[in-house]
Design a binder for this molecule. Structure first.
Ligand code: NDP
Length: 444
């Protein structure tokens, strides 16, 4: 396989999709060597079959705001691959959503889901509707209108959506309610549901907790204790909140949080009480992170990201391409020893190169944030057997899955000098599983 040629061809066929090209390139570069060892892959044109989604749905979503104005948004579902299980992946509601972003996320999701060891294919969906500043009633009407179209394409054994940016428990409940009404069935078609109607304990915590379980495995390879380590976290939504919660529990010190307007720097560290305030601020009052700085009298930097603040460990948990090459250089120069990605593709290619050259511990989102979808997989299992597991049971399974993903990364990513290239490890492990399955199932 000639990775550059494959990419050039995709760029020609699907122009103006930079995030999709970026995600594909990262995978192609790191699997090229392994791929070449399997002539049967090349013969079956596996690479193109894996880069191009099975199908893409796009549709208009029409809804009415509180003043009676009729609004339109675009809705999408990208079903990337169901080689190893039903399509599975989140719904993103954010003004920036477009086919390129969703194609990159669905592509990544396919390999991530393969890494979890659970039987789930890859998908992603969303809309350019932003819940920010909307009333509950507006969010409900939008979610219902979105599902009015989406429901035709999903089902418990077909495609199981979940949350992502802009989609938490409130939005999943509205979507699930509408799906249930239209399909006339009570099934586990969405994950991230409320506990009262089929949700799983630990699902809200899973991405953040899972990221820290993965980080602990990485630190163990270098005999580093997480206690008292200074951590910078970006974002202040679901992933960021539970990342901070686990870090506090383990005795680390978190000094930053952010949102799309800016970041806060709290040199005393965010403790449990302050974290509760953030959860309320974001989940109930739907406020801005600036208000944290006002309440706790600390620094707020408008329009910036937290990577200039000195830290031992960085945990990007907001969005794609939020760490530039220059940010990465600053992090490394300031003594950062580990970067573990809660968000999807938060580091630019230039930033990844800086981390790899510095040989710090660097975990790509595909591996480090897989705990979210893994626990969604556990929610699907509980729905299928119509039983609920305890918090301890789900947490133990999550920990086990993250340790297993780490072991796969070590197996496929250890280089001659002993350094673990987690990007290569995760991509090769995920790819091999999906590739072998596609080959076995014939030309489809
Ligand atoms: P939330 O919507 O709960 O929180 C997102 C946070 O990131 C908010 O603080 C938001 O700020 C900030 N943010 C969003 N877009 C931007 C932007 N363009 N620039 C700066 N800040 C931004 O989402 P999640 O916490 O669920 O998701 C965060 C990341 O984690 C995403 O990359 C997602 O794909 C990834 N992820 C999530 C999983 C999950 O289970 N939820 C699973 C695996 C990965 P604001 O409020 O101002 O928009």
């Amino acid at each position: 396989m000639n990775a550059q040629k494959v990419l050039d061809d995709l760029k020609r066929r699907f122009p103006n999709e930079p995030e999709y090209h970026q995600a594909v390139m990262e995978v192609l570069e790191s699997i090229e060597e392994t791929y070449s060892q399997y002539p049967e892959f090349e013969k079956a044109n596996l690479i193109e079959r894996l880069c191009i989604p099975d199908r893409i749905f796009s549709f208009r979503v029409t809804w009415v705001d509180d003043r009676g104005n009729i609004k339109t948004n675009m809705g999408y579902r990208i079903q990337h691959s169901n080689a190893i299980g039903p399509y599975k992946g989140g719904i993103r509601l954010h003004s920036s959503v477009n086919p390129s972003i969703l194609k990159f996320l669905a592509f990544e999701q396919t390999f991530k889901n393969a890494l979890t060891t659970l039987p789930m294919g890859g998908a992603k969906g969303g809309s350019d509707f932003s819940p920010k500043g909307k009333s509950n009633a507006e969010v409900m009407r939008f979610c219902q209108a979105f599902v009015l179209e989406l429901w035709k394409h999903i089902g418990p054994d077909i495609d199981v959506p979940a949350g992502d940016i802009g989609v938490g428990g409130r939005e999943i409940a509205y979507m699930f309610g509408m799906y249930k009404k239209l399909s006339k069935e009570f099934t586990g078609t969405f994950t991230g549901k409320g506990l009262e109607f089929g949700g799983s304990l630990i699902r809200p915590e899973a991405t953040g907790y899972g990221n820290i379980y993965f980080l602990l495995e990485m630190l163990k390879t270098r005999n580093i204790d997480i206690k008292d380590k200074v951590c910078t976290v970006s974002g202040s939504g679901n992933v960021a909140q539970y990342t901070v919660e686990k870090l506090i529990e383990l005795g680390a010190k978190v000094v930053t949080l952010s949102d799309s307007n800016g970041y806060v720097y709290d040199p005393d560290g965010i403790d449990s009480e302050k974290l509760e305030y953030v959860k309320e601020l974001k989940e109930i009052y739907r406020g801005r992170i600036r208000e944290y700085a006002e309440k706790y009298n600390c620094k707020y930097v408008e329009g910036a990201r937290p990577w200039g603040e000195k830290c031992d460990i960085a945990l990007p948990s907001a969005t794609q391409n939020e760490i530039s090459a220059d940010d990465a250089k600053t992090l490394v120069a300031n003594g950062c020893i580990a970067v573990s990605e809660g968000a999807n593709m938060p580091s630019t290619p230039g930033a990844i190169e800086v981390f790899q050259n510095a040989k710090i511990l660097y975990a790509p989102g595909k591996a480090a944030n897989a705990g979210g979808v893994a626990t969604s997989g556990l929610e699907m299992t509980q729905n299928s057997i119509r039983l609920s597991w305890t918090r301890e049971e789900v947490d133990a399974k999550l920990k086990n899955i993250m340790q297993n993903i780490h072991a796969q990364c070590v197996k496929y990513g250890t280089e001659a000098d002993g350094h673990v290239n987690y990007v290569k490890g995760a991509n090769v492990a995920g790819f091999m599983k999906v590739a072998k399955t596609i080959l076995a199932q014939g030309v489809l």
